[in-house]
Design a protein around this ligand. Sequence first.
Ligand SMILES: Cc1cc2nc3c(=O)[nH]c(=O)nc-3n(C[C@H](O)[C@H](O)[C@H](O)COP(=O)(O)O)c2cc1C
Length: 348
Amino acid sequence: MDALPPQAPPAEALARLDALMARGAAFFGTRYAIMGGAMSWVSERNLVAALSNAGAFGVIACGAMEPDRLAQEIQGTQALTQKPFGVNLITMHPRLDQLVQTCLDHKVGHIVFAGGIPPGSAIKAAKDGGAKVVCFAPALALAKKLIRSGADALVIEGAEAGGHIGPVSLTVLAQEILPFIRDVPVFVAGGIGRGEAILSYLEMGAAGAQLGTRFVCATESIAHPNFKRAFIRGAARDALPTVQLDERFPVIPVRALQNGGTKRFLEHQAETIRRFLAGEVEKAAAQLDIEHFWAGALRRAVVDGDVENGSLMAGQSVGMVTREQPAVEIVQELVWQAAAAIAARQPA
Ligand SMILES: Cc1cc2nc3c(=O)[nH]c(=O)nc-3n(C[C@H](O)[C@H](O)[C@H](O)COP(=O)(O)O)c2cc1C
């Protein structure tokens, strides 16, 4: 994998890229229309501030944090950067309203609602408090509905992404959604590892791109060295969605690198289904048992470095992660790759 092009691309190519990124960059108040996708346990103050300082838009992953803990993380990030950054809130968090208020109290300018369609009341509270609202749109009809509900920008995330995923690839989502949504900026996510891909989506009408996997091995990322090593070794084909054994027991699809945990999850499902069929356990209890298998598993991998049993959530772009690099270098690499692709098109 080549690193940075040997020399900076010509100024005209960089200016053309700036023009393509202008709407997205203006929306975030950043140099580049590149978002650091929130990653639970990984996207904390250090990586978020490093990405924002590099000209991208860092986003704190609130995950299961309580409001007090989120407040600390926001303040910690503000101590490390003067640049704008956002907070990603999971809509099913039982204290979603308080978390929105925590963001507003600490003057967070952008709130990203993830993990489902946010309640209208949460969108309204965020906007009334002065924040811009970003929502994930899994289909065109929902994209339009979210805009009517007040979303200021959308992310469309393809199934190539790391973590919880929908069924449709970014290639298809981009064609289904980008030509038809002009009212708000739309950011693309899932499987993006290089600048040329960002450029192609910008030219299709995207306002910018959100990347997660590519930033896990930033020097500033506090992910455990074992977690980073797994990413550096991993290939696209190793980052697979969870397998569901029986449609009576639905499993939420998560894309992750295969390890001992993913193998045992299959055995756990098979054993739980056997117990259900033998009348040893009720259906609801069996479903809960399956759902609980991965509880705390991402933390085990990211924080404790248990890459055998923990969850190695990663996107297919993991094959493009080849070494640890400062966030500023990764961002510059993406920008230069995009600009070099523009420059290469111009007649000699
Ligand atoms: C380790 C990991 C954890 C993630 N956690 C979250 C999360 O807490 N909330 C969220 O909205 N997305 C989460 N994501 C998705 C990212 O924000 C981003 O959309 C995704 O990584 C983009 O696809 P890519 O990995 O191919 O770049 C996670 C992704 C990874 C790899």
